[in-house]
Design a protein around this ligand. Structure first.
Ligand code: CTP
Length: 217
């Protein structure tokens, strides 16, 4: 019998949390890192499901794309895809918070008549921690964006999210062509890639899970 293709799930881009029919909370993620990972995995002949938040990027050749907006939609798509996956790259910049309610009509400044307003937020689920709880033999690669030196916090995320690797980015990665990343492994090893093109970073990251490349201990 033919062996099933290695299946990679990649999440990419921001999520969008609507306040009313015309406004939302989001972030500056371009989605480029996740799309580069998806393209690299497909180039190697892997089956790729790319779960994308709202981004203006073309779907890489050979990739199955699922478009989502909110964190909860992304979780539903992730749950549906993770069961068949051998590896997950959680590159999406998921909103930690969403408005407690989405107004049916437009929120008008005149409604309150005051100079101040506040928005009540509720916590979104941690998507990668939720699915990685029962990951079995699947490899899970999470990402961390830290301002300042975030090694200690990134190491804590490795455990909290039950990930095999955490890819630590600094904030200069947002909307930039190049990235400096530090790859932390659950085995304690740390590797730094300095100012590489995102395509080159994607190559090193897919190597982390590629069954033809992993034997390096
Ligand atoms: N992530 C997730 N679900 C969330 C928030 C983040 O799955 N609700 C994932 C991201 O896709 C990324 C990793 O968790 O792979 C790290 O996200 P980050 O925002 O850096 O960390 P947080 O866990 O949100 O912690 P903090 O904001 O306190 O740094």
């Amino acid at each position: 019998m033919k062996r099933a293709r290695f299946h990679v799930v990649v999440t990419a881009g921001p999520t969008r949390e609507w306040l009313d029919p015309v406004r939302y909370l989001s972030n500056a993620s371009s989605g480029r890192m996740g799309f580069a990972i998806a393209a690299e995995a497909a180039r190697r002949g892997m089956a790729v499901t790319l779960i994308a938040g709202p981004v203006g990027l073309a779907t890489p050749a050979g990739v199955t794309r699922v478009d989502v907006e909110s964190a909860r939609e992304m979780l539903a798509a992730l749950r549906a895809a993770f069961g068949r996956a051998d590896a997950l790259f959680m590159a999406a910049a998921v909103a930690d918070w969403r408005p407690a309610r989405r107004r049916a009509g437009k929120w008008r400044a005149k409604d309150g008549g005051s100079a101040r307003a506040s928005i009540e937020l509720v916590r979104n689920p941690d998507l990668v921690a939720t699915v990685a709880r029962s990951k079995g033999a699947r490899k899970v690669v999470a990402f961390a964006l830290e301002t300042g030196s975030g090694l200690r916090r990134a190491r804590a995320k490795l455990r909290a999210k039950n990930a095999d690797f955490v890819v630590l980015n600094d904030a200069t990665v947002l909307n930039s062509e190049r990235a400096t990343v530090t790859i932390l492994s659950v085995d304690g090893s740390v590797r730094r890639l300095e100012r590489r093109a995102k395509r080159a970073v994607a190559h090193s990251l897919v190597d982390l899970v590629d069954p033809r490349r992993v034997p390096r201990a």
